[in-house]
Design a protein around this ligand. Structure first.
Ligand code: AMP
Length: 478
């Protein structure tokens, strides 16, 4: 089915043709006619399937009629991260080149005042992260009662990041009669509940990631030692010897490792930039833009910061750390092999990573080949100090028991909770994700030979609160 049969306006069709697209992707074919017919849509699709255009193109068509009023956006798109929000804004700029629409980006980490002056001018399309949006709303700077269409994108990612309570609040602030487009890659029970509560008789559209995307990625495992310097040596060797190398995204599990590895690679003369959630927004944007333009060759990133980013031409992905959650592996390697290109994804595997690799292979339904020697089975020992991805995701926010990360929010001017109420007493929307407590006793297998002195390295800021005796180097007895 060509684009011309989907019901899009001539202006939008011209922009699509100018983008060089000839055939709508499956999600576009299935969703666009329903969006134009004003139906609610539940889209089960990942990034890379063309889902952004599946909502942006019909929205542009619909917005050709009517105009915006001050502080009352006509449409609202919610994204979990600032980068994804910025990417959607770019899509509006690209496909909306012939439309005179006011598009505003409301994300954390940047000045309120500029955002406020945009809101005053009237906004056709408001693209926002939930926390900053609620801040503007609570300050009385934004009225959501004029929203005709609400898009909730990457809903399962919102769940992971603790944004669901914010999403529920926003859904109650927009009119009941609005149209809702809801996109998620997976359907955990919490997301199912939200769709039942906030979508009205939705059309369900489900697409899987095109198989060619995975086929286009050469995946490999490479054995390394247990210590960080072993992994750094291995990584440098891999970068220097990689075939058809153009550029690479290097994923670490924690923000702290991103910063450390970045410093190390720069010291070794590599052209590298870091991207993680603790950086301020201008630094994040600069890192990403530099990498997109090709000024930077290596981007060292955390999962959250890099999730869903559309960087069309990445030749290599290196997993400096094996992700703790197998679905993150799929998202990471999906940053290469995009837009018809091929790519290579190499995962550095230390003796502690056997279980995580097995989970990945189970999820993707195939075993990944070892480049060079596979590890002997006896090498595989779990580390007692592993901690799950939530630490990276929210820098300890896992302890917030499902509340939003709030990194995109300013201090509340009028919080509803009584001033004296302890934080722990706040109502919890869902139980905390299981977080490996950093202060739990560490169970290490008894070493078979004299073990070297292990200098304990604190993993994050929370360790600074540990009593000093727990941080002293220990010698394991033979
Ligand atoms: P998304 O899933 O929205 O992140 O889109 C993934 C990539 O597919 C982006 O680079 C889009 O520019 C591209 N894309 C979207 N629709 C089409 C299409 N119909 N034909 C070719 N490429 C497309």
């Amino acid at each position: 089915m060509p684009f011309t049969e989907l019901g899009l306006s001539n202006k939008v069709l011209a922009a699509v043709a100018a983008s060089g697209y000839t055939i709508p992707t499956p999600i576009q074919q299935q969703a666009i006619p329903h969006v134009l017919a004003r139906r609610d849509v539940l889209g089960i699709a990942q990034t890379g399937t063309g889902k952004t255009a599946a909502f942006v193109l019909p929205m542009l068509t619909m917005l050709e009629k009517g105009r915006a009023r001050a502080r009352m956006p006509r449409t609202l798109i919610l994204e979990p991260t600032r980068e994804l929000a910025a990417q959607v804004e770019e899509s509006f700029i690209k496909y909306g080149s012939q439309h005179k629409l006011n598009v505003a980006l409301i994300i954390g980490g940047v000045s309120f005042d500029n955002q406020d002056s945009k809101l005053v001018r009237g906004v056709d399309v408001l693209i926002a992260t939930p926390g900053r949006l609620l801040d503007h709303s609570e300050r009385g700077r934004l009225l959501m009662s004029g929203v005709e269409l609400l898009v909730i994108d990457e809903a399962d990612r919102m769940l992971d990041m603790g944004f669901i309570p914010d999403i529920e609040r926003i859904c109650k602030l927009v009119p009941f009669t609005r149209q809702t487009l809801f996109f998620t890659a997976t359907m955990p029970p919490e997301i199912q509940r939200i769709t039942e509560q906030f979508l009205h008789n939705p059309v369900r559209v489900e697409v899987s990631k095109p198989a060619t995307t995975v086929d286009a990625i050469k995946q490999q495992l490479v054995k390394t030692g247990r210590e960080p310097h072993d992994k750094r040596d291995t990584l440098r060797r891999l970068i220097n010897s990689a075939d058809s190398f153009k550029n690479a995204i290097i994923f670490c599990n924690r923000k702290r490792e991103v910063a450390q590895l970045h410093r190390s690679l720069v010291r070794h003369g590599f052209n590298a930039a870091a991207l993680h959630g603790d950086m301020d927004q201008s630094a994040r944007t600069a890192a990403l833009d530099g990498f997109r333009r090709g000024d930077t060759t290596l981007l060292i990133a955390s999962d959250v910061a890099a999730r869903g980013l559309d960087i069309p031409d990445v030749s290599h992905i290196f997993n400096f750390d094996v992700p703790h959650h197998a679905d993150d592996y799929v998202h990471r390697i999906g940053r290469t092999g995009r837009a018809g290109k091929t790519g290579t994804a190499i995962t550095i595997v230390s003796p502690a990573d056997g279980k995580s690799v097995a989970a990945i292979e189970k999820l993707i339904g195939q075993s990944i080949a070892w480049a060079g020697e596979p590890p002997a089975a006896a090498d595989e020992q779990p580390r007692a100090d592993e901690s799950p991805r939530r630490q990276e995701r929210d820098g300890g926010r896992g302890k917030r028991h499902g509340r939003g990360p709030r990194q995109d929010r300013a201090p509340r001017t009028h919080d509803r909770a009584p001033a004296a109420a302890p934080v722990a007493a706040a109502p919890q929307e869902r139980p905390p994700a299981p977080v490996a407590r950093i202060d739990e006793p560490r169970h290490r297998p008894a070493p078979v030979a004299a073990a070297p002195v292990r200098h304990h390295e604190p993993d994050d800021a929370s360790l600074s609160q540990l009593p000093a005796f727990l941080l002293r180097p220990i010698r394991l007895k033979a």
